[in-house]
Design a protein around this ligand. Sequence first.
Ligand code: ZN
Length: 100
Amino acid sequence: MLLITCPYCCTARPESEFRYSGEAHIARPLEPATVSDDDWAAFLYMRTNPKGLHAERWRHIHGCGRFFNALRNTVTDQILKTYPAGTPRPGLGAPAEGGR
Ligand SMILES: [Zn+2]
């Protein structure tokens, strides 16, 4: 079982209190009407699938209910850091191959 530290509640809680919500740092186009169909489809559906460090969005659904981001190693399933949504990805070394 994973123990995840919510950056708002500041306590390590079991993963059953949280819900995975996809890749973090996906920016919605500012003017969707001007985006090509291919770029819109890429925004909606294309995600990275790195082997190694991955920035993910999580929600503390059985706690404070807030969204936050986590850096998780997809090989070891270890969460290295959690940080509030809307803040930049913290630097923990080189990004994973194929990552952003
Ligand atoms: Zn929380």
